[in-house]
Design a protein around this ligand. Structure first.
Ligand code: GLC
Ligand code: CA
Length: 623
């Protein structure tokens, strides 16, 4: 179907990209996609201009049409029985090695530090680890800029340490997935150095453009233009991220072969699979056309519509499976910013031969907002997005459920801001995470409810994204105060301060001053004290995890949201057993929106009450 200005919206919705893009545009405008099921579905694409009250222009409609016509594959999934798989039942835990545990007291977390804590993780109920990059890197982006894929970063340890980590984890029945960064390499990678110097073998390993002016208007996700000029070749190289992270040219079969070789190397060593960094960005639109500013800003950045689910993505993933993943039965979870629930079906459907699961991020920030600009986050706005994945993703696919990772400020702090109830809110988030359908991905420190860090000056930030964004804000004429308050609100560094292990100096992470500020909360909020406190976030989380493992209806049961106003999240999970979950999403005491039923098996408050208290989260077993 060729989509034109005259195509009705309801007809466009039948294609995955049509659905997700239109839903995204409405979402960003604060409207709900259900609107389209009624009369509005009869509007034409051209009519969207009127729907959004003229906020968008003709060039937007043109770009939208181009985008809608670029991926018209359909996945007509009927629901089926859920296939049982280890990764649907597993609890994953992300480790950011630099900040997890420092074993040799040089201020930098390391691989032996992870090994030290495996028993702790096992006891918590963790079944699988995702280890963020530990490869040789000049650290422009803390290891996401890889210089040598087959070498371990010296600060983190040796290849022997990695072998030991795999072994020790496997002994405890914990799987290990590692970070595969294949969209780009460091500019210090041997391939890039050779490519830059016109070595015929590597000449086309990256995306080079000869052009007098900057080749297009794409912006880097880390501020500024996405192109850097190299005198050596008198050409521009594309970098969607930092200047030192250069995008590989996936159209070159040699690049794909080399990346397949890297993945094979690690699977042979014993990795159980991969978290794949920005995998959805690897294929770029032919001719690298300019991006539409409005459309880009609705999805994230200028130009992103030309690569967030590029023309050859499905093909490259199929090939990678045939050549590598399938041979090892490897588990894969892809980071796919911008892909909504339907496009993600194309990536994770069980007949698609692409990826096992994806991370999508639309729930992490409120509609119409991006991380680095301060706004008044409202957790109530997250619920419709979570529900969308619970109800529309089909049993051919399986969601991931997460609120935190190394790229976001701590969700618990976004929820309570400076207010009280940090502990209640942390337990509430855990309740949601372990009772929704999908694979829970925890992030280090969440299990104790670690909050954001009280950075007081821009010099305390380390992250390239924060530092670049700060500079750009000043350049755009923002005051220092305003720029700082944006960074303080949205910086990824909040998640990157060391884990609070105890109330010792530097939170027991190290005896040496850590590479980044220590979280101010370590005296009150730390693993050691929480282990012995029955009522701690840690013990609450642990109980929930173990309860979930023993009651598979919380894993495989159907999901049904019950009617309640937006201050609540109320849902049932059901197959052999039936559960009712009632959540108060606000910091106010409120009347129960539905009558509790059955036995209260878990609550973030110790005493019962006839009203729901701030962030109260209750799980009832009905049968
Ligand atoms: C992903 C990583 C992030 C990194 C970026 C570039 O988003 O999670 O930390 O900066 O990719 O590799
Ligand atoms: Ca160390």
């Amino acid at each position: 179907m060729k989509i034109t200005r005259n195509t009705k919206i309801k007809d466009v919705l039948s294609t995955p990209s049509g659905h997700d893009i239109i839903a995204r545009v409405l979402y960003a405008a604060g409207l709900d996609e259900n609107l389209l099921k009624g009369i509005l579905g009869n509007f034409t694409i051209g009519g969207i201009k009127r729907l959004t009250l003229g906020k968008i222009g003709d060039s937007f409609i043109d770009s939208l049409l181009e985008m809608l016509n670029s991926e018209t594959e359909t996945v007509p999934y009927d629901d089926c029985e859920i296939k049982k798989e280890w990764w649907k039942e597993a609890v994953f835990y992300e480790i950011y090695p630099r900040s997890f545990k420092d074993s040799n007291n040089d201020g930098i977390g390391d691989i032996p530090g992870i090994i030290e804590k495996l028993d702790y993780l096992k006891d918590l109920g963790v079944d699988a680890l995702w280890i963020a990059p530990f490869y040789d890197s000049p650290n422009a982006d803390n290891g996401y800029d890889i210089r040598d894929y087959k070498k371990v970063m010296e600060e983190f340890g040796t290849m022997k340490d990695i072998d030991k980590l795999f072994n020790e984890a496997h002994k405890r029945n914990i799987k290990v997935i590692i970070d595969l960064v294949m969209n780009h390499t460091s500019d210090e990678h041997e391939w890039f150095i050779k490519s830059k110097n016109n070595d015929p073998k590597y000449k086309d390993f990256y995306i080079w453009k000869k052009s007098e002016n900057i080749p297009n208007n794409w912006t880097s996700l880390f501020s500024g233009p996405a192109w850097k000029y190299y005198d050596e070749r008198k050409e521009w190289a594309l970098h969607l991220f930092a200047e030192k992270q250069i995008d590989l040219n996936w159209e070159n079969p040699e690049v794909r072969k080399n990346m397949q070789d890297v993945a094979t190397f690690w699977l042979e060593k014993g990795a159980d699979g991969f978290r794949i960094d920005v995998i959805s960005f690897i294929s770029k639109a032919d001719g690298l056309p300019d991006g539409d500013e409005t459309l880009g800003s609705l999805i994230a950045f200028t130009g992103i519509e030309h690569y967030f689910h590029g023309p050859h993505l499905d093909e490259y993933l199929n090939e990678f499976n045939d050549k590598v993943f399938n041979k090892y039965n490897a588990y894969t979870v892809g980071e796919c910013p911008g892909n909504g629930v339907m496009m993600s079906k194309l990536i994770t459907g069980d007949d698609r031969n692409e990826l096992t699961q994806v991370f999508s991020f639309d729930h992490i920030d409120n509609p119409g907002h991006v991380r680095i600009f301060k706004y008044n986050f409202d957790i109530r706005k997250m619920i419709p997005e979570l529900v969308r994945w619970q109800t529309q993703y089909s049993n051919h696919c399986w969601p991931t459920v997460f609120f935190d990772n190394h790229d976001n400020p701590r969700m618990v702090s976004k929820v309570v801001k400076d207010g009280p109830y940090l502990k209640e809110a942390a337990k509430m988030l855990a309740t949601i995470q372990f009772t929704l359908k999908g694979t829970p991905y925890m992030y280090q420190g969440c299990e104790i409810g670690m909050p954001n860090t009280d950075f007081t000056s821009i010099d305390e930030f380390k992250d390239v994204e924060s530092l670049n964004a700060y500079k750009e804000m000043l350049n755009r004429g923002f005051s220092k105060e305003k720029s700082f308050s944006n960074i303080l609100w949205g910086s990824r560094d909040h998640a990157r301060t060391p884990v609070n292990w105890s109330d010792d100096i530097y939170g027991g992470f190290s005896t040496h001053e850590p590479w980044i500020k220590t979280n101010q909360s370590y005296k009150e909020i730390n693993v050691e004290s929480q282990l012995s406190d029955k009522d701690s976030v840690l013990n609450y989380t642990k109980d929930l995890i173990h309860y979930r493992k023993a009651h598979k209806s919380l894993i495989y049961g159907s999901f049904r949201q019950l009617k309640a106003n937006r201050n609540f999240f109320v849902y049932e999970r059901e197959d052999d057993e039936k559960y009712l979950i009632i959540i108060n999403l606000t910091d106010k005491t409120r009347k129960y929106p539905v009558k509790p039923q059955g036995e209260l098996i878990k609550s973030n408050y110790t005493e019962t009450s006839d009203k729901l208290r701030p962030y109260e989260a209750n799980i009832y077993k009905i049968s």
